[in-house]
Design a protein around this ligand. Structure first.
Ligand SMILES: *[C@@H]1O[C@H](CO)[C@@H](O)[C@H](O)[C@H]1NC(C)=O
Ligand SMILES: *[C@@H]1O[C@H](CO)[C@@H](O)[C@H](O)[C@H]1NC(C)=O
Length: 168
């Protein structure tokens, strides 16, 4: 007889296979490859931030990961440009993304949505004709990859744990 745990593990396992199949469906770099590259970039960024935190002065804008780019610390009042990262396959890697560090040493916000302002226009401009909607698509996909990426890790973990419990 199959226990409830076993059935649960099986269902989860099918879920993981299904999600993986969906991700693999298009493009030169597969979405799961992009997810893992992004997760790697995030980890590297966090390590770099840890290593450099002591050199951040009080009047500086703090270094931070925004989900795509690892922003360095900045002196107050500077416009910071960072090359559009190679690890985002869809970006124009010759362009730069920008953030403004204001006079008070905080990253400039977009007041209406209370989020840090950043200009990613150059990263997506080579995307030709109707690039406005293309741009939205790129970000939508990145968001999707994040969400799916994390659910996959969680699901895999749950599967592993369930199987362990089942065979114990
Ligand atoms: C937006 O920022 C203001 C000022 O810092 C703050 O008082 C408010 O709670 C924020 N709103 C949201 C939705 O985070
Ligand atoms: C964003 O960057 C592009 C290209 O550098 C520039 O043309 C545009 O004016 C910038 N947008 C804003 C709102 O600063």
């Amino acid at each position: 007889m199959v226990s409830a745990q076993g059935t649960g593990a099986l269902a989860l396992f099918h879920g993981v296979i299904l999600v993986t199949a969906l991700i693999d469906s298009d493009d030169v770099i597969t979405r799961d490859e992009q997810i893992y590259v992004l997760i790697g970039a995030h980890a590297k960024c966090e390590r770099s931030i840890q290593a450099h935190m002591s050199s951040v002065k009080e009047a500086d804008c703090i270094p931070e990961w925004d989900g795509i780019i690892c922003w360095p610390r900045s002196r107050a009042g500077r416009l910071v440009g960072v090359l559009c990262p190679e690890y985002i396959y869809d970006f124009n890697h010759r362009g730069r993304a920008y953030r403004q560090c204001d006079a008070a040493g905080s990253w400039e916000q977009v007041p209406s949505i209370n989020r840090t302002w950043a200009n990613y226009t150059e990263c997506t401009t080579y995307l030709s004709s109707n690039h406005r909607s293309q741009e939205e698509k790129v970000f939508e996909r990145l968001h999707l990859m994040y969400t799916v990426g994390y659910s996959i890790s969680l699901a895999s973990l749950l599967v592993a744990v369930s199987i362990l419990c089942y065979f114990k």
